[in-house]
Design a protein around this ligand. Structure first.
Ligand SMILES: *Cc1c(COP(=O)(O)O)cnc(C)c1O
Length: 240
């Protein structure tokens, strides 16, 4: 599949959102799930504010970025009711700037990072929802803990009062064949069920952030509650 961003018109973003919506609805239908169980996060990294505004005007409110600087830069210029999700690797020295700006951090992959987020959240007088990032396919290029390490990290981080662990996140391998990612999505769901059964205080396993442009339908069939779609809405990203 190819996605054009050459037109750069609001109509294109709107059309893309409509076709993503249609794909979400049919995946939900196949899986016997209600559309309301799946949140679409529009991944806006590298995209100009104009395109974010187009998505906003098409009704979207959940936006995902992978750099703290980019959230800080874009947020003041866009409507206040946008919910910003931090989905990328997070350095501890960037955490302070993120607090109060992001509604959820999807990429917690160490106890030290969780501690820093908690400390900064407490200083700001808030509790921030977080997800534990799991590297399901054991890819060297990816962040995240291994499925084996995840329960221990959840348990240890559950003691931190500035965060609330709400579930798990994974970035599946890039592939032309979405079916090949099904075991990773099913595995993340099973891991969340296992951890949920431990009934750890301050932990819920209600969020499964998984699925991107190439594989979100399979992720929805396997229980995703949050899908993160960039290319399918805004076209290919150009990194300069
Ligand atoms: C860029 C990114 C996405 C979106 O990927 P697309 O293939 O463009 O939909 C989703 N999740 C994370 C963590 C990303 O960094």
């Amino acid at each position: 599949m190819t996605y054009s961003n050459q037109k750069g018109s609001g109509a294109l973003v709107r059309e893309n959102i409509e076709s993503v919506e249609e794909r979400i609805r049919s995946a939900c239908r196949r899986a016997g799930r209600d559309r309301s169980e799946v949140s679409l996060i529009c991944v806006t990294k590298t995209k100009p504010e104009e395109m974010l505004r187009e998505a906003y005007e098409a009704g979207q409110r959940d936006f995902g970025e992978n750099k703290v600087q980019e959230i800080c830069r874009k947020k003041p210029n866009l409507p206040d009711d946008i919910r910003w999700h931090m989905i990328g690797h997070l350095q501890r020295n960037k955490v302070r700037q993120l607090i109060g700006r992001a509604v959820m951090i999807h990429s917690v992959d160490s106890l030290r990072l969780a501690e820093t987020i908690s400390e900064e959240a407490l200083k700001a007088g808030i509790v921030i929802p977080v997800l534990i990032e799991v590297n399901m396919a054991d890819e060297e290029s990816k962040f995240g803990v291994s499925p084996n390490e995840a329960p221990t990290l959840v348990k240890d981080a559950s003691a931190l009062s500035g965060i609330k662990i709400e579930g798990l996140m994974t970035i599946a391998p890039y592939t032309e064949d979405p079916e090949s990612n099904r075991p990773y999505f099913a595995g993340l769901r099973e891991l969340a069920v296992d951890i949920g059964q431990k009934c750890i205080d301050n932990v819920s396993m209600s969020v499964l952030s998984m699925g991107m442009t190439g594989d979100f339908e399979v992720a929805i069939e396997e229980g995703a509650t949050h899908i993160r779609v960039g290319t399918g809405i805004f076209g290919e990203r150009i990194y300069s």
